[in-house]
Design a protein around this ligand. Structure first.
Ligand code: IPD
Ligand code: CA
Ligand code: CA
Length: 264
């Protein structure tokens, strides 16, 4: 699929960064680890991988803005901006669980233009560009077509850093549990969204995410024919960090469970 030049640069950055992440994963015992907050480790690999990504992005587009998880920055209204999560799934990475991803999005005028999510351990590259569709290793992907929650496998993320949400989260979890086939918590939000785009998961919901967890995966879902919203069904998912993604048909049912749990 011929993507536009900035998306090709994001792909290049993700592949290079993925190779570096794999090297660090193989030498995990050498990682330096500090804590950013409750259950929120930062490793020397997060920093090195982010440096690698920013090097490629800045070299090609020095004028673009950047919001990166570890280095900070901001999404600016006056120019295209990258939103970067160098390792999404750091806790998996640190514990030797081979499920994590590099996530890079491009946003312009408040609109997501491109999204790249790369799983370096499976060599799975998910790419979406607005208006061009969503792809996994060059093959077009589409969301699943389940119509009833009873036929679904749904992903979620636990709010393990935010105890104030445990109770209502558990109530929503129980609501889903009563209706779906099963739920998964794999620990990398960008891949949860990419899996919805690829039709592996029928839906996904999580509370309290950051923009870098969501931005690239959100465009994958949309370009794969799915829907992503905040907990009220509105478009503020990047701002609120509360995300419901689905194949469209399941969306109302998922929102109803979340609302019944008092999460809206
Ligand atoms: C985390 C992962 C996880 C989600 C957390 C995120 P990180 O990102 O996406 O699945 O549940 O809320 O913060 O910290 O590994 O980049
Ligand atoms: Ca993340
Ligand atoms: Ca991260």
């Amino acid at each position: 699929m011929p993507f536009s030049p900035p998306i090709n640069i994001a792909v290049r950055a993700a592949l290079k960064a993925g190779a570096l992440a794999r090297e660090h994963f193989d030498r995990r015992h050498e990682l330096e680890v500090t804590m950013k907050g409750r259950n929120d480790p930062l490793t020397s690999a997060d920093l090195a991988v982010e440096r690698e990504i920013l090097f490629h992005l800045k070299k090609a587009y020095p004028q673009y803005g950047i919001l990166a998880e570890e280095k900070g920055g901001a999404v600016r209204a006056d120019r295209p901006c990258w939103i970067v999560d160098p390792i999404d799934g750091t806790l998996n990475f640190l514990h030797g669980v081979p499920h994590f991803a590099i996530s890079i999005a491009l946003v312009e005028n408040g609109t997501l233009r491109g999204g790249v999510v790369y799983d370096p351990m499976r060599d799975e590259l998910f790419v979406a560009e607005r208006g061009c569709g969503a792809f996994l290793n060059d093959r077009r992907i589409r969301v699943a077509n389940a119509e009833r929650l009873a036929d679904t496998l749904v992903a979620t993320g636990f709010p393990s850093r935010r105890p104030q949400w445990f109770e209502r989260y558990q109530s929503a979890f129980a609501g889903f549990f009563a209706q779906v086939r099963d739920q998964r918590r794999q620990g990398a939000a960008s891949l949860d969204l990419a899996y919805v785009a690829a039709g592996r998961y029928d839906g996904y919901w999580e509370i309290g995410l950051s923009q870098w967890d969501i931005a690239a995966g959100a465009l994958l879902v949309l370009e794969a024919g799915g829907l992503i919203s905040d907990f009220s069904g509105g478009p503020e998912f990047l701002q609120s960090g509360n995300v419901v993604a689905s194949n469209n048909k399941l969306h109302a049912g998922m929102l109803a469970i979340i609302s019944q749990a008092g999460l809206t």
